[in-house]
Design a protein around this ligand. Structure first.
Ligand code: GTP
Ligand code: SPV
Ligand code: MN
Length: 595
């Protein structure tokens, strides 16, 4: 397959440790993928779904203890603890290698080790970075074939070079107590053991394209961010691009694929999806910031996806898709999840593999769900009806606006604009959001999640903020920075803003601000729209007063937030840039002055 001595030497070493019976190179061919699907079905690892209704679609169930990212067991292993920072878990590299070597030892006996050469971004393009993942899981191979660009052309592009990310994954015993997701940014290495779930094991995704890539980006002068990329096409044919960073399960996939409200689509407005989870950003020769999506597919949240909320996602999953931890509808051999429609199947198996009685479903008790709240689909980008024509453009797309956002029942208004790049980076640093099922642990607890990157920065958080500030000085035509919140609730806990396709109304305000086409009110936190400037044409139950309510900046709750931010900054520690403290002090002073 290759004569690359770095590749071959490393595979020999890993095989000597894990002792697979066989080593199989993944070549990216359809024949090989089909044979692997058949093998996975023969062992029960996957279920082949109704090929008429869902061609080339499969269902997989993970172990019950293995359903989400495990942040508590994710480590950044830099030689100096300070370089991983206070927010990350740290282990000394030699200690971690020694500990995990014991878990890997002989773990592939009786199994096959698959060698997956893959590229993040287009093979041979200036943005591309290469990785090789070794895994003993066919499910991982089949997911990587969808999520990344896999094939022998990667080995060709790599040539004799040792510049690739070495990823090792072994399922071992799927033992939670010995589950580790470890990153060695100084060695371009990722080791994952005892999991078979998504972000823990598809090493090109969070481990490489965010944690390792953020480390490389800082060294090389670019950025790896937890951001969607979308294009808004105007009736005159112009397209403007927006990147948005929301924490896990907070609406990136939905926003990236939105369908504009009818009165706007009738006029010719369209939204195109470039990416739904990860953006790599570089300064272009023209002084603008350019974004590519390094992935080749979507690993999207299933529950809540339906023909109203996100029809584009639903269409994307109708062929060539792997569903993980959703309900199996036995009557017609299809799948179902909460929020798909109002007809839960009567003859059904839940995500745990047990018979599921939908009549026992109780919205308040997640344990009665048929699909796991973090159940997902793995689908090809090229099957997405609204995929941008620029998706395969190796240069990426020029970014007009960066949008941060969180899931906040109170405090954060529907939208506001920062006053400068520095102030915008500060707005990113103070992001907060209610936790979701995408990570193991409590759900619905507000925590600070800077730039939606808390779980994904491969180095010290303070250094990461300094990198953001430095990038601002390197982009002559920098994007404007905004913050949104689709999740404000009323006294009964209901969302006030309709969200989904109607978020287009907010995107248009954002782009108008970038073009200097609309005024705004300056408040202590930044520029807030005049309520009249958010178009509510055709919206049921939303009045000008609703918008006014959504845009209020409540000084008292912001001052409470400032206290919490101070504690968080102290926790991030001594590398928090002075400019961030200056911004925080200025925010506090403006809030006090407005009392
Ligand atoms: P990751 O893939 O985990 O990084 O998440 P994501 O940010 O892509 O999240 P996704 O778009 O899949 O959203 C997940 C959840 O947010 C689902 O339950 C959606 O129904 C809900 N959601 C998305 N957009 C909106 C919105 O505009 N309003 C409301 N109320 N809910 C939304
Ligand atoms: C997230 O949790 O932000 C995801 C899913 O996008 S995973 O790939 O599991 O990290
Ligand atoms: Mn994500």
């Amino acid at each position: 397959m290759t004569n690359n001595k770095y590749v071959l030497g490393w595979i020999d070493e890993m095989a000597a440790m894990t002792k697979p019976d066989k080593i199989v190179w993944i070549d990216g061919s359809e024949e090989q993928a089909e044979a692997l699907r058949a093998e996975a079905c023969s062992t029960g690892e996957m279920i082949k779904l109704n090929q008429e209704l869902l061609p080339n679609c499969y269902l997989h169930r993970t172990a019950v203890n293995d359903v989400a990212r495990v942040e508590g067991r994710t480590f950044i292993c830099t030689s100096k603890k300070e370089d991983a920072g206070n927010i990350n878990n740290w282990m000394a590299p030699e200690e971690c290698y020694a500990k995990l070597s014991k878990l890997y030892a002989g773990s592939m006996k009786g199994r096959t080790m698959y060698v997956i050469p893959y590229s993040m971004s287009i093979v041979g393009s200036p943005f591309a970075k290469y990785g090789i993942e070794l895994t003993d899981s066919i499910y991982v191979v089949l997911n990587m074939l969808i999520m990344t660009r896999v094939g022998l052309d990667v080995l060709e592009a790599l040539g004799e070079s040792g510049d690739f990310i070495k990823g090792l994954h072994a399922r071992a015993d799927i033992d939670e107590e010995n589950r580790y997701i470890c990153h060695f940014p100084e060695d371009n290495t990722i080791w994952s053991v005892n999991s078979g779930y998504g972000g823990n094991v598809l090493l090109g995704k969070k481990c490489f394209a965010l944690r390792i890539a953020s480390y490389l980006g800082r060294k090389e002068g670019w950025m790896a961010e937890h951001m969607l990329i979308l294009g808004v096409e105007y009736p005159n044919g112009d397209t403007k691009y927006i990147c948005a960073a929301f924490p896990s399960a907070c609406g990136k996939t939905n926003l990236a694929m939105l369908i504009p409200p009818k009165f706007l689509s009738d006029k010719g407005y369209k939204v195109w999806c470039v990416g739904d989870d990860i953006a790599w950003l570089r300064v272009g020769e023209d002084g603008r910031l350019w974004a590519v999506n390094p992935e080749n597919g979507f690993f999207g949240v299933a529950p809540g996806t339906n023909l109203n909320s996100n029809p584009n996602a639903l269409y994307t999953t109708m062929k060539d898709t792997i569903f993980t931890n959703v309900v199996h509808n036995k009557a017609n051999n299809t799948v179902w999840w909460e929020g798909l429609d109002k007809n839960p199947p009567a003859d059904a198996i839940d995500w745990k593999g047990n018979v599921w009685d939908y009549t026992k479903y109780n919205k308040a008790d997640k344990s009665t769900c048929g699909a796991h709240p973090n159940s997902r689909f793995t689908a090809k980008a090229t099957n997405c009806p609204c995929l941008s024509a620029e998706f395969n453009n190796p240069q990426g797309v020029p970014v007009s606006a960066i949008v941060f956002g969180g899931r906040r029942a109170k405090t954060a208004p529907l939208v506001y604009q920062s006053t400068s790049w520095q102030n915008g980076a500060f707005v990113g640093s103070i992001m907060a959001s209610e936790t979701t099922a995408a990570a193991a642990g409590a759900v619905g607890v507000v925590r600070r999640d800077p730039m939606a990157m808390r779980p994904f920065v491969g180095y010290d958080m303070g250094d990461y903020w300094a990198h953001w500030l430095k990038m601002g000085t390197m982009i002559p035509k920098a994007p404007k920075i905004f913050h949104v919140n689709w999740f404000r609730t009323d006294a009964d806990g209901n969302f006030i803003w309709p969200g989904f396709g109607d978020n287009m109304r907010v995107l248009l305000w954002i782009l108008d601000r970038c073009e200097g086409k609309v005024d705004a009110n300056i408040t202590p936190i930044g520029y807030v729209p005049n309520a009249e400037d958010i178009n509510i044409e055709g919206l049921d139950g939303v009045t000008l007063d609703t918008i006014k309510e959504l845009l209020t900046v409540d000084t008292a709750s912001w001052l409470d937030d400032v206290q919490n931010i101070k504690e968080f900054y102290a926790q991030v520690g001594e590398r928090v840039p002075q400019a961030m403290y200056d911004e925080l002090a200025a925010l506090e002073a403006r809030l006090n002055a407005s009392k």
